[in-house]
Write a protein that binds this ligand. Structure first.
Ligand code: ADP
Ligand code: TRP
Length: 325
């Protein structure tokens, strides 16, 4: 990464408990970037409204995502953490962009098509979800958007809309780039499919340690007998282990797979140890934060004020460019 400081932005929906896919695909890369860049991360509560959550659950989950992010190492002295809905300018920019968005562009979006294919009856919010996401990214003049692979198309829609805007009204909006870490682009779940809340195959970052251990012990493996050599590249347990372990530890486990004589139960134990080593300190910090709701709210309010200042600047330029003043 170059030494030039860039604006990095990403968001996560408060739609349930965070899992290893969220952590390795999005949160950890995002947190690492706070050392060199100017990072803005938010809780996408407007986006969560597309699924009509219960108001109390929405409030509670939004606070929990903030606590999880802070527990995992987001440093509010370096990074701006806020709730999407604390910056209403984003919904104004969404309208402006909506008026430049061809319907076909949204009809082609995989995440929309997948939800329709699953029988969900779509509301307008679900259909225009990518336009709100574009507004999120563009209102802060973001250069880099770290996300998992499933969000790539939405960032492409954002680039398309920013280019359309600039062609029409002059160079006002910054064209962002998506940042996808290939090695963590798709973290597998306990069944080997992409880990996702909607597939019920997740391993949570925080939760009852016994339940988490049981999930790890239930990860699907093939039926290669204990004595036989095993292929680490085809094993879901190994795929998760390598995300948590050092290079040397990963290499050592790889050799044990190849040598034979090791059962999958042993690999699962090793994965569970690494999981605990990584997340236990975060869980301790999480407990402290959960006991201090005022402190967390203060961090979110401070983040919101900083985010609003940026959004206000962009919206002044956008309004001028389109003739609203
Ligand atoms: P879910 O699929 O569980 O609903 P989200 O869509 O809320 O997860 O994802 C939030 C962020 O985490 C996005 O940036 C997404 O790309 C990333 N992410 C989610 N699941 C995975 C996964 N299995 N592998 C890599 N990244 C993921
Ligand atoms: N759509 C993203 C998800 O489901 C969340 C999100 C909303 C987002 N706005 C964003 C991510 C802007 C990156 C940038 O994971």
């Amino acid at each position: 990464m170059s030494a030039v400081r860039k604006r990095v932005l990403s968001g996560i929906q408060p739609s349930g408990d965070l899992h290893l896919g969220n952590y390795f695909g999005m949160m950890r890369p995002a947190i690492e970037l706070q050392e060199q860049h100017d990072c803005f991360y938010f809780i996408a509560d407007y986006h969560a409204l597309t699924q009509l959550p219960d108001p109390a659950a929405l409030r509670e989950r939004s606070r929990n995502v903030a606590i999880d992010f802070l527990a995992c190492g987001l440093d509010p002295a370096k990074t701006v953490l806020f709730r999407q809905s604390d910056v209403p300018q984003v919904s104004e920019l969404m309208w402006v962009l909506a008026c430049l968005t061809p319907l076909g562009l949204l009809e082609r979006c995989h995440s929309y098509k997948d939800k329709i294919a699953k029988g969900l009856s779509p509301n307008h919010g679900l259909f225009s979800y990518p336009v709100l996401m574009a507004a999120d990214i563009l209102v802060y003049g973001s250069h880099i958007v770290p996300v998992g692979r499933d969000q790539k198309q939405h960032v492409e829609v954002t680039r398309d809309l920013a280019i359309r805007f600039n062609n029409q009204y002059g160079e006002v909006l910054t064209i962002p780039d998506c940042l996808i870490r290939e090695e963590v682009a798709v973290v597998p779940g306990v069944d080997g499919e992409k880990m996702s809340k909607s597939y019920g195959n997740t391993i949570e970052l925080f939760g009852d340690p016994k339940a988490i251990k049981a999930k790890i012990m239930r990860i699907v493996t093939d039926s290669t007998p204990m004595e036989a050599p095993k292929d680490p590249s085809k094993c879901n347990v190994f795929a998760l282990y390598r995300l948590l372990a050092s290079e040397q530890e990963t290499e050592a486990l790889r050799q044990r797979y190849l040598a034979g004589g090791m059962g999958y139960g042993h690999a699962k134990q090793a994965l569970h140890e690494k999981y605990t080593e990584c997340f236990k300190p975060f869980a301790d910090r999480r407990r402290e934060l959960a006991d201090n709701p005022d402190r967390v709210e203060g961090i979110l309010q401070d983040g919101a004020a900083r985010a609003r200042a940026e959004a206000t600047k962009t919206m002044a330029a956008v309004r001028r460019a389109i003739g609203l003043v």
